[in-house]
Design a protein around this ligand. Structure first.
Ligand code: BMA
Length: 320
């Protein structure tokens, strides 16, 4: 397959030359696919919690760490965090797509992930200090809901969650929502944060948060995915938005064009073709390292300059 869209998405993000960096064949045990990893700086290392799909079709999370964030990945020899359907029945068909943030108030990392329940996907929460033991909070948002992350700190005494409920009627659009909680347990004051567009837009009818929000001096940078539905299936691409630093319910900017999308062979061919799906980034100085699932099969990396990304999003249309 030729790279048909070589010019469109190479400006801001550059693909790592040795992509894909993690593949099912590298796994210490038998798996079908490794993708959609959450990412965080843990001590001196980049830590990925990779979504691993087993040979029954169920997903769990497995840790992979690397000193430079690109090479020499050390992969846990068995699942790091498995579904626990006896205590948490909502995990019955697996756990997927973790988004990790380090909470500023203490030493904990919050992992917000999708539990695949008997009634469909929903949002669950766990915390950890060491990525060995996990405290599970259970369901945060009932189904259908996914693509969720916390912010690293409270705003006026409340935690904020970004998430994406899906309406039963596709024509109503699956929009990104924002909700608040005083205690990580009781959630409310929900409203639409970033709506899916309509018509032939690349992000019409379905959008969702990709990695957790990234703090910058200009506001919270959102990398979100938009899903274009075509006769040949869906195309998962990425766009940018900027939220107000003190009040993240205010969208300041939103890019019109997508900034990254499936182009290379490993993004276009796999269990689900034409998917680029990041659940984690690491920022080191000006370097934004984006870890993304490619075609629901492998893990790949693209990098960008934070300065250039912020300049780009600031040139986008004002939203307020
Ligand atoms: C979305 C999520 C992702 C997946 C993508 C493409 O709805 O469920 O886990 O990568 O679809 O299949």
């Amino acid at each position: 397959m030729s790279n048909v869209n070589v010019y469109q998405d190479t400006i801001l993000f550059k693909r790592y030359k040795n992509n894909p960096v993690l593949t099912p064949r590298m796994w210490p045990y038998k798996v079908n696919a490794v993708f959609n990893a959450g990412a965080v700086l843990f001590g001196e290392q980049v830590l990925l919690l990779v979504r691993v799909e087993d040979m029954c079709g169920f997903s769990h999370l497995c840790k992979a760490t690397s000193k430079d964030g690109y090479t020499n990945w050390k992969i846990d020899s068995k699942p790091t965090m498995s579904p626990k359907p006896i205590d948490f029945p909502e995990d019955i068909y697996g756990i997927e797509d973790p988004r990790i943030v380090k909470l500023e108030e203490d030493n904990r990392y919050a992992i917000v992930y999708t539990s695949f329940s008997e009634s469909g996907p929903l949002v669950s929460l766990a915390t950890t200090e060491d990525f060995v033991t996990f405290r599970r909070y259970g369901v945060v948002m009932p189904p259908d809901d996914k693509d969720a992350s916390l912010f690293p700190r409270k705003f006026k005494g409340r935690y904020i969650l970004i998430h994406r409920p899906s309406p039963a009627n596709f024509n109503l659009g699956a929009n990104i929502w924002i909700s608040y909680s005083p205690d990580l347990k009781h959630w409310g004051d929900s409203s639409i944060l970033l709506p899916a567009r309509r018509g032939s837009w690349w992000d019409a009818y379905k959008v969702g948060l990709s990695p957790p929000p990234i703090e910058t001096s200009e506001g919270w940078l959102l990398i979100y995915h938009g899903v274009r539905s075509t006769a040949a299936g869906s195309i998962y691409r990425l766009g940018l938005a900027l939220l107000d630093l003190d009040d993240p319910s205010k969208v300041i900017r939103r890019s019109d064009e997508w900034v990254f999308g499936p182009n290379e062979y490993y993004e276009r061919v796999g269990d689900v073709p034409d998917v680029t799906f990041p659940c984690g980034v690491v920022v080191r100085g000006d370097e934004l390292i984006m870890y993304y699932g490619a075609a629901d099969t492998t893990m790949a990396i693209a990098t960008a300059s934070m300065k250039e990304v912020i300049e780009f999003v600031k040139c986008s249309k004002k939203q307020i």
